[in-house]
Design a protein around this ligand. Structure first.
Ligand code: FAD
Ligand code: S2G
Ligand code: ZN
Length: 486
């Protein structure tokens, strides 16, 4: 578990007293708080990867926006540090305390507020679980415009706070486009009601955009308003076996031409990633042979025969042109789940390795596999990879090709400072040279904030700090994270 090297608790933040706890109890009641119960606190103090752990003594689970407001107002006056928490599936250590910050969990705010089945506009509490919203919408012929492997636990409020991307972004775009309104509570307790259900509203600064991707540092999101698409009646999933990353790019380019408006996902993973998946799952490849790269393609449309014909023609062309060495179209729901299961199961499989160094980076699509190869070579040159006794087990690549988003994961035999020193800042310098981003969709948290200058100019960082100081002058929200402190 990371021990936050180089961080000290900032004593400007008040240590909790029983008076504080009594006041909080008066707001949320006995069932709305967990205090000094180590077992119950554990799940809120430890992140999904079991990599970061705080020592919070108090978790608050407000049920209303007013309760969130009362909590924050008091914390601001008393200078008590707070970590807003959704589903706690974040991967950059942003959702758990470093020390004894109070955790404000949104799990108690999980009601759907309204849905208009003409426009598809949904308003809901921030604590609604993504998959629950998607299932609820499914009954009405609609769906959420984003999908991630963490859908069963992550909250829509956490999705907004991290500006989550995920598997459907190539089709439905980012939350900056689909989110129409937000309700949030500022550190001083001010409730910002901007729960617009308008697709067009050009009246003043679009302030909701500031909260999307703010990772709990300028306010607690308590409600969202989002445009949801019709659930397609015809969904097809195919898997290609491909020999080179050049061919992955050709397959992607051709899919945009031939599948065009029905393309809803284009994901890739290399065979190294697949070997890690196989190691932790008794699953054999859905194909007879194994290939250096795999491409997962999903189409979503309204006419099964039309879509099937387009997809089959595309696959035949991929095979004829030698771009794909093998191709499988899922014949039923279980085969679709099996194909998606590998891609969505990579995170969990990697999480079962003794240690894993995770990087979520974006760059020109053509550079994605170069990054993997350069990292393998760099670690080999550094004596950390390539021999039986090397600390690094492998270097694997997968991700959202259409978004230029690579998930570079480096499983190792243990958390080894020598390996980290070889990776960072080498990788961030490499990404910066490609004019890429050191964090494509997972955000900054405590893992990437010190490297922000590799992706943002000094003037931008200075302006971000100004925003933060205006909205959270006492710095009570998610201290130590998101913006560089060193
Ligand atoms: P948490 O982890 O609880 O919090 C994340 C951050 O948001 C923290 O800084 C927290 O303080 C803040 N926060 C949470 N709720 C609020 C709120 N209501 N108001 C203000 N701040 C808040 N991410 C992707 O982008 N794309 C993927 O494809 C993807 N796949 C994943 C697959 C797996 C298996 C896992 C474990 C994670 C994946 N993630 C992915 C990362 C993670 O799921 C997302 O970042 C997700 O949006 C986090 O939501 P959450 O509710 O769990 O937030
Ligand atoms: C994905 C999940 C996190 C990771 O699978 O798309 O965002 O790096 C990732 O495995
Ligand atoms: Zn991802």
């Amino acid at each position: 578990v990371e021990k936050y090297p180089g961080f000290q608790r900032d004593d400007k933040y008040k240590k909790l007293t029983s008076t504080d706890v009594d006041y909080f109890r008066s707001i949320v009641g006995d069932t709305g708080l967990i205090y000094q119960n180590e077992d119950d606190l554990e799940a809120f103090n430890t992140d999904w990867m079991n990599k970061f752990r705080g020592q919070s003594q108090l978790v608050l689970k407000p049920k209303t926006t007013q309760q969130v407001s009362d909590i924050l107002k008091y914390c601001n006056e008393q200078k008590i540090a707070v970590v807003p928490q959704g589903g706690n599936t974040g991967l950059v250590g942003g959702s758990v305390p470093l020390f004894d910050e109070v955790v404000v969990s949104l799990q108690g705010m999980n009601q759907i507020r309204s849905f208009d089945d003409v426009s598809g506009i949904l308003t809901a509490d921030a604590g609604c679980v993504l998959e629950s919203l998607d299932n609820w919408l499914g009954e009405k012929g609609f769906m959420m415009p984003l999908d991630l492997g963490a859908k069963g636990s992550c909250h829509i409020g956490g999705n907004l706070a991290t500006n989550a991307g995920g598997l459907r972004l190539v089709r439905y775009g980012s939350l900056h486009g689909t989110v129409l309104g937000i309700e949030a509570v500022l550190p001083d307790g001010t409730i910002l009601d901007s729960m617009s259900t308008l697709r067009k509203d050009n009246t003043g600064y679009d302030l909701k955009q500031l909260f999307i991707g703010s990772e709990g540092t300028i306010g607690i999101i308590t409600g969202i308003s989002i445009l949801t698409p019709r659930r397609p009646s015809a969904i097809h999933v195919a898997l290609l076996g491909v020999d080179s990353f050049e061919d992955v790019q050709k397959a992607f380019k051709q899919s945009r031409i031939q599948l065009s408006e029905i393309l809803s996902a284009f994901e890739y993973y290399d065979n190294n990633a697949f070997q890690i998946f196989k190691k932790h799952n008794d699953a054999r490849s859905i194909m007879d042979n194994e290939y250096p790269f795999y491409v997962l393609i999903e189409t979503s449309g309204s006419n099964k025969d039309h879509d099937e014909e387009k997809l089959n023609t595309y696959l035949e062309d991929m095979m004829t042109d030698g771009i794909a060495q093998d191709g499988v179209v899922a014949q039923d729901e279980s085969q679709s789940k099996r194909i998606w299961g590998v891609r969505e199961g990579l995170t969990e499989a990697l999480g079962k390795e003794p240690a894993v160094y995770k990087y979520d980076i974006s760059m020109p699509v053509s550079k994605i596999n170069d990054c993997v190869l350069e990292m393998r070579d760099h670690l080999e040159q550094g004596g950390a990879f390539g021999k039986p006794d090397s600390p690094v087990i492998d270097v694997v690549g997968y991700g959202h090709v259409g978004d230029g988003n690579l998930h570079l994961n480096i499983p190792a035999k243990s958390a080894d400072p020598r390996v980290l020193e070889l990776i960072e800042p080498f990788l961030f310098e490499w990404v910066s040279k490609q004019k890429g981003s050191i964090s494509a969709e997972h955000g900054l948290g405590i893992s990437k904030n010190q490297y922000l200058s590799y992706s943002k100019s000094e003037s931008m960082i200075k302006l971000m700090k100004t925003f933060k100081s205006v909205l959270d002058p006492n710095g009570i929200l998610n201290p130590y994270k998101y913006l560089p402190t060193k």
